[in-house]
Design a protein around this ligand. Structure first.
Ligand code: ASP
Ligand code: MG
Length: 412
């Protein structure tokens, strides 16, 4: 017997038929003797519609009321999921976020979970009642409804799994796992069977939008094994059909490179004629941080004349304008010249095996050189090497790197 939290995303509960299919999966777990708590998203498209209503009502709406409106999508699916289970002869009961409760702070619109009281849920789960819980919802100290930010249902599920000390949190979605790279670019990309939390975090924050980053952080901290799997496949006869996200220590083998990620949401800013004096980096980046600009890659050239240098960095597209304004207004950069480029993309290779093996970066540089792809900026961490290249070469780069690291073919 295991205690499992099963989370179904928006596409997995998009209509009545799909909710029934999801309920079938839950029923199967129950019949296998497991205790199950279900966390559901809103039907796909519903949250967007609700957010749209709020914006149409008022651009400057009260976020406490925004939470009341947008949390309603999950309430609907929770009730329907409980009905679907009951129809299949499975004892089930829905619980809104405030009923459990999922206590959060009072940052409305993107609240953080502080505590989940699972006493009642646990008592009922022991009696084989499936608890059905809307993701995304919480309640503040002041007894107001809160929501966790877009994509927050993953976080609800993982936090609940941690609070219940579940054996596993299954995230059912419209893909059947995490892939070595985007299968739309490389059709031979393969499903990863096991991946470490840290690798998943790098891939998630690099734009592989399978799991909300925050949910991976929580599962890593609380050591909750996560499984990403498809709600559209039958999986009969296989124990762990999806991708298992686990602790590095629990990995049997460490791949040198686990996956290739890319992001087109990059813009590059170069500041020329920056005075080459101690403290200048802080003077450039502090106001940017203050303006909530997310600076990612940074390079500073050596100064040829000993007086001035160039500084290049990247930001998401949506923050480029704000970044330019901040740099232009910077008193310490008088006389500097700003250049920007939006036709850039970041390609990264990720793998915990890099910690113990040299040469990963070199393979990357040689592979790109062979294809005539120019590298504009490089950044590295312990388990990742990223390069900034011209956006038009993204697919070529991803494809050739995927082949160069031998990620094609059957899973080991
Ligand atoms: N329904 C919410 C959203 O779309 C939360 C979720 O599904 O994760 O952001
Ligand atoms: Mg989601």
């Amino acid at each position: 017997m295991a205690l499992i939290v099963a989370k179904f995303g928006g596409t997995s509960v998009a209509d009545i038929e799909r909710i029934e299919r999801a309920a079938d999966k839950v029923a199967r777990e129950v019949k296998a003797g497991n205790q199950v708590a279900v966390v559901v998203s809103a039907m796909s498209g519903v949250t967007n519609q609700l957010v749209g209503y709020c914006q149409d009502m008022s651009k400057m709406h009260d976020l406490r009321e925004y939470d009341v409106v947008v949390s309603s999508g999950e309430q609907v699916t929770a009730g329907l999921m409980a009905m679907a289970l009951q129809k299949k002869g499975v004892s089930a009961r829905s619980w809104m976020g405030w009923q459990v409760p999922f206590k959060t702070n009072d940052i409305h619109g993107k609240a953080r979970i502080q505590d989940i009281d699972t006493t009642e849920l646990k008592a009922r789960m022991v009696e084989n009642e499936v608890a059905v819980i809307p993701g995304f919802q919480g309640v503040t100290d002041r007894n107001r409804i809160s929501t966790l930010g877009r994509g927050g249902s993953d976080t609800s599920a993982v936090a609940l799994a941690a609070a219940l000390e579940a054996d596993r949190c299954d995230i059912y979605t419209d893909v059947d796992g995490v892939y070595t790279t985007d299968p739309r670019i490389v059709p031979s990309a393969r499903k990863i069977k096991r991946i470490a939390y840290e690798e998943m975090l790098e891939l998630a924050s690099l734009g592989t939008k399978v799991l909300q980053t925050r949910s991976v952080e929580i599962s890593m901290k609380k050591n909750v094994p996560l499984q990403v799997l498809s709600s559209f496949e039958d999986h009969i006869g296989s124990d762990l059909p999806g991708t298992l996200v686990i602790n590095e220590e629990d990995m049997m083998e460490q791949e040198l490179v686990t996956g290739i990620a890319y992001s087109r949401d990059e813009a590059k800013i170069t500041i020329l004629n920056v005075p080459d004096v101690p403290g200048i980096a802080a003077k450039i980046f502090k106001p940017l941080a203050g303006a909530n600009v997310n600076v990612d890659m940074i390079v500073q050239n050596i100064s040829t004349d000993g007086k001035t240098t160039d500084m290049t960095f990247t930001v998401p597209h949506g923050e480029l304008q704000r970044a330019i304004e901040v740099v232009e207004a910077n008193e310490d950069l008088k006389g500097a010249e700003i250049k920007t480029a939006e036709n850039v993309a970041k390609v990264s290779v990720v793998g915990i095996g890099m910690r113990s093996h040299a040469g990963v970066a070199n393979t990357m540089f040689e592979t790109l050189a062979d294809k005539g792809v120019n590298i504009q900026v490089i950044s590295t961490s312990e388990i990742k090497v990223s390069v900034l290249i011209e956006e038009d070469y993204t697919e070529l780069a991803v494809r050739s790197l995927h082949a160069a690291y031998g990620l094609e073919g059957d899973a080991p």
